[in-house]
Design a protein around this ligand. Structure first.
Ligand SMILES: [Zn+2]
Length: 251
C-alpha cells in the first residue's frame, strides 16, 4: 500500500549496515520510516531524508511498517545548518513534538514547526522569541492553553502589573494577588501581550510582533516554565541548548 505525504524529518538514526530510520512529522502525526541504502555513497535520498528537511514522501506500508519509496525536497532550511544554536533549538522542538505526539491529526503542529524553522533560518527574530512562541503554541495546540483573558477579580484586560500563575495556568494582577504561590511570575504588560499573541494569533501572523529587553526575558522564562510544568518531562536537548547559550550560568 502506497501513500504520499508532505512531511518534515524531525529525527534520523542509523539502522543496520546502510539504512536509516527517520521520524517524519506529517499532518497526521509522526511516522517512523525506514530508508534503505540511505547511507550508501551517492544515495539519491541522502539529502531529502536528513534532519529538518521538508519534502514530499511516497511511503510504502508493509507489515505495519513504513518504507521510503521516493521523495522530493521542498525546503531544506539551509540557514539552520551553519548555526549551532539554531540546530540545538530545532532539536529541542523535535524532542518536544516527539514526546507529546498523539495519534490525532495535528496539521497545525506541522505548520508551527515549519514557520518556526523559517524564522530560525532567516534570523529576523531573536532565538529566545522563537523558542518561547514555539513552546507556548505547541502546548496550546495540545489543548493546554493558559487562560489569560483578564484578571479574574478586577476583570482588567491589561493591568499595569500582571502576574502569570503557572500552577493555575491563568493570570491575575498585583492588586488582586491573594494567595502567593511559588510559581507565580510578575511580568510586564508587554510580556503578557507576547504570551497572548503566541497562544492566540493566526499561524500566518505568529511572529508578526516584536518583544525585547526585560519583556522578552520574562516572556521566555514563562514559556519554558509553562511547557516544563505542563509536560512534566526533562529534555536533554533543552539542557544542551542552555549549555551552549550560557543560560545555565545563572542557575
Ligand atoms: Zn486584578
Amino acid at each position: 500500500m502506497y501513500e504520499t505525504v508532505k512531511g518534515l524529518v524531525i529525527r534520523e538514526v542509523v539502522f543496520g549496515e546502510a539504512d536509516k530510520l527517520i521520524d517524519l512529522l506529517t499532518e497526521n502525526g509522526v511516522r517512523t520510516v525506514r530508508v534503505r541504502g540511505a547511507r550508501k555513497q551517492g544515495s539519491k535520498y541522502a539529502a531529502v531524508t536528513q534532519v529538518f528537511s521538508y519534502g514530499e514522501f511516497c511511503l510504502r506500508q508493509s507489515g505495519g511498517r513504513y518504507y521510503l519509496d521516493s521523495a522530493v525536497s521542498l525546503s531544506s532550511f539551509y540557514g539552520l545548518r551553519g548555526r549551532l544554536e539554531a540546530l540545538a533549538l530545532a532539536a529541542y522542538f523535535s524532542e518536544l513534538v516527539r514526546r507529546t505526539a498523539t495519534d490525532q491529526p495535528q496539521p497545525q503542529i506541522l505548520r508551527l514547526f515549519l514557520i518556526s524553522l523559517h524564522y530560525l533560518s532567516e534570523q529576523t527574530r531573536p532565538d529566545a522569541q522563537i523558542k518561547a512562541v514555539f513552546e507556548l503554541r505547541l502546548i496550546s495546540e495540545l489543548g493546554m492553553m493558559p487562560d489569560l483573558v483578564c484578571c479574574p477579580v478586577c476583570m482588567r484586560y491589561l493591568p499595569p502589573a500582571p502576574i502569570l500563575r503557572l500552577d493555575r495556568a491563568d493570570m491575575t494582577c498585583a492588586d488582586c494577588w491573594d494567595a502567593h504561590e511559588r510559581n507565580d511570575l510578575p511580568v510586564t504588560p508587554s510580556a503578557l501581550q507576547a504570551v497572548r499573541h503566541a497562544v492566540l494569533a493566526d499561524l500566518d501572523r505568529l511572529f508578526a510582533f516584536r518583544v525585547s529587553g526585560e519583556s522578552l526575558r520574562l516572556f521566555a522564562v514563562y514559556a519554558e516554565a509553562y511547557v516544563l510544568r505542563r509536560t512534566e518531562n526533562a529534555y536533554p536537548t533543552l539542557h544542551f541548548y542552555r549549555q551552549i547559550t550560557g543560560a545555565d550560568d545563572d542557575d
